[in-house]
Design a protein around this ligand. Structure first.
Ligand code: HEM
Length: 125
């Protein structure tokens, strides 16, 4: 890991974020705790996640430019996010990072950065 670079650049930029999102959502759809929350046509969600993660990892501000202020916790309020679902989401992300070949310590670093928001989005006991 190069400490002088953003997480986005450490990961390999646009191409890696695309591959990550493409590895992640099929897992989310297959995960019994998560799949039912998502629409059948997952493509628009994938596109928004691509834009969001690009920005969240320190790349260009694609999400804010296209959608506006992220307000990500608020955007999750319509969905019952439990601790178990946050854990399942992170497990899908871990598997997707493994699938696309992101090695330690970068993988753990990415998961660490995402676990804060994931548990922050919990809104249902
Ligand atoms: C904690 C467990 C999580 C659950 C159960 C969850 C579930 C969902 C659901 C159901 C949607 C809406 C899909 C639709 O448009 O119908 C969504 C959208 C989204 N989620 Fe999550 N999510 C979780 C965590 C996260 C995390 C940790 C991030 C990123 C840090 C994230 C980023 C997004 C983004 C960017 C969208 C699209 C927002 C938009 O519509 O503009 N989610 N999520």
């Amino acid at each position: 890991m190069n400490q002088g670079l953003s997480l986005y650049d450490n990961l390999g930029g646009e191409e890696t974020i695309r591959r990550l999102v493409e590895a992640f959502y099929p897992r989310v759809q297959r995960e019994p705790l998560l799949g039912p929350l998502f629409p059948e046509d997952i493509t628009p969600v994938m596109e928004k996640q691509f834009m969001f993660l690009t920005q969240f990892f320190g790349g260009p501000s694609l999400y804010s430019d296209a959608v506006g202020h992220p307000m990500m916790r608020a955007r999750h309020l319509p969905f019952p996010v439990t601790t178990e679902r946050a854990e399942a989401w992170l497990a899908c992300m871990r598997a997707a990072l493994e699938e696309i070949g992101i090695e330690e310590p970068l993988r753990e670093f990415v998961l660490e950065r995402l676990s804060g928001p994931a548990f922050h989005f919990v809104n249902t006991p």
